[in-house]
Design a protein around this ligand. Sequence first.
Ligand SMILES: *Cc1c(COP(=O)(O)O)cnc(C)c1O
Length: 393
Amino acid sequence: MSNATQLIHSIPVDPLTGSISVPIYQTSTYVQEAPGVNKGYDYARSNNPTRETLENIIAKLEGGVKASAFASGLAAIDAVVKLLQSGDEILAVDDIYGGAFRQFTHIYAKFGIKVNYVDTTGVANVLDAITPQTRLIWLETPTNPTLKISDIAAIAKIAKQHNVLLCVDNTFASPALQQPIKLGADIVVHSATKYLGGHSDLIAGLVISATQELGEQIKFIQNACGAILSPHDSWLVIRGIETLHLRVQQHCRNAQIVAEFLETHPAIDKVYYPGLKTHLNHDIAAKQQSGFGGIISFTLKTDTEAAAKDVVTNTQYFKLAESLGGVKSLLCHPATMTHKSIPAEKRHAAGVQDSLIRLSIGLEDAADLVNDIDQALAKINITAGDLKIAAFQ
Ligand SMILES: *Cc1c(COP(=O)(O)O)cnc(C)c1O
């Protein structure tokens, strides 16, 4: 059975009514026959059939054993960190998602959890940075926004040798392109807000565990701390997952065309897309992913905020917004949006230059997307021109 068929048929028909769509159980509690005698459900924070269906689907899709659904990607990350204790250390990818960095730094540091940030594209760097206190390795691959790739299988081997858990944030690739548990990871997290939901209409997070034991620990944290996904949003994620493979194929196809166009454009300096042979980690991406995803970043030869602004305010189809993974193409300017709080020096060192623009390639026609970027690139210098005139006056 192909992946797409398996995926579509892992979504069950309702055994009670035959409903082909998963029912939304909008309830807080369940009537019991006698104290403790129930149909497997007693209170909706602990369990809900709609949420449970989503959890079973994503566990299968990621090749894991057990999954838990949370109210956001950050709530999912939070649940994984709660496996640790004060004094434990996390070894994390250096250009980690900004929200995870904020959570680690401003919430968990005060509970005595330390984080060492490492360039995990070099496997040797990971080995060097492990200490006796390291309990968790945290990868994102590809990363945001420069799409660095880390070798999941090689790092999983190191993690096992040192008895350290490996968690991979698989938001950018999605299980349609990459299944970290099959490469040796212990835990996968998702912001289901992005490709899994797929329609820019919800906030959700998922944790998938490779073992029953880890899955039960996460489930305990989910119930004990309470950041559960609602029945309606669970249903929306299920509906998104139904077309995941189809959407991701088109995201990849469009992104490859746009990236190759950008690479030849005279106004552009660097293009970051793992599907390009010129990408630093193209070979690892080709080895561990079955496609290169829908996110592209690029910098301009005129490396200024003003030039980037000319581009991001002059597109028609690419809408200026944070987030990614939806049907409509989006673009953003990390230096003044997602990465604004990072000091310029640190930001530049991470490759987030002043002119860097990130694209989330949607499901429009690729030719329209290319033309849209092309005409916006022709408008560079509008602001720069204004500035020059202003300076002259
Ligand atoms: C968006 C995102 C998150 C956070 O998810 P929310 O659903 O916004 O809480 C975590 N990791 C990555 C890679 C993301 O892109």
